[in-house]
Design a protein around this ligand. Structure first.
Ligand code: MG
Length: 202
């Protein structure tokens, strides 16, 4: 199983980090060992002082596919959820400055949090509202309609380079509002007001 992540897919998030727009989707990977398995407690690694949350809609691939056309993309996933792409921003900034790969900052253990999966057929993924709350306050609040590349376009693009396999996950990018976490914080994720995710930071 692989975890494909899309970067810079919401204009307001690109602006908040001072990044450049790109002419095609930015893709990076997390290893399968990054999947969050500690139920509800995320432990900040000791090698970083600046872990950020990034709430993202995540789709789970349920069919083998390569060179998938956007019009057929919907046949390749039936479930989605809200996830968190935990990012060691200090480490990422240092690596970016040096022009080096980001994996240490993005693919570390427990960095890919997944909420409860929901059936695609019950929702409109072209205009899906989602929120992340930190300690009861709304910190991220967006709709998938604000994505630069929509989910079919992402599936098309990713599947040109990487054969999609059953169980693969695609993190579809985060909107504005990313920020740091500290021990004691509680993150809650919502899709259309339904709570799908709860993580305590330690
Ligand atoms: Mg992200």
């Amino acid at each position: 199983m692989k975890i494909i992540c899309i970067g810079r897919n919401y204009v307001d998030h690109i602006k908040e980090l001072g990044n450049e727009m790109t002419s095609e989707p930015v893709i990076f990977m997390k290893p399968d060992s990054a999947v969050f398995r500690q139920r509800d407690a995320f432990y900040i690694p000791d090698w970083t002082n600046d872990v950020h949350y990034e709430a993202e809609v995540v789709v789970r691939i349920n069919r083998l596919g390569k060179n998938i056309e956007p019009k057929f993309a919907h046949k390749y996933f039936a479930e989605f959820t809200l996830g968190i792409d935990f990012t060691a921003r200090d480490v990422q900034s240092k690596l970016k400055k040096q022009g080096l790969p980001w994996e240490k900052a993005k693919g570390f253990d427990q960095s890919a949090v997944l909420g409860d999966f929901l059936p695609v057929e019950d929702y409109d993924l072209r205009d899906l509202h989602f929120e992340l709350h930190k300690n009861g306050e709304v910190v991220q609040n967006a709709s998938t309609k604000l994505m630069i590349y929509d989910i079919p376009q992402m599936i098309e693009h990713c599947s040109q380079y990487f054969t999609l396999k059953i169980g693969d996950l695609i993190f579809t990018g985060t909107p504005a509002g990313v920020g740091p976490v500290a021990p004691g914080d509680v993150l809650e994720g919502f899709i259309e007001k339904k709570k799908v995710l709860n993580v305590r930071i330690k």
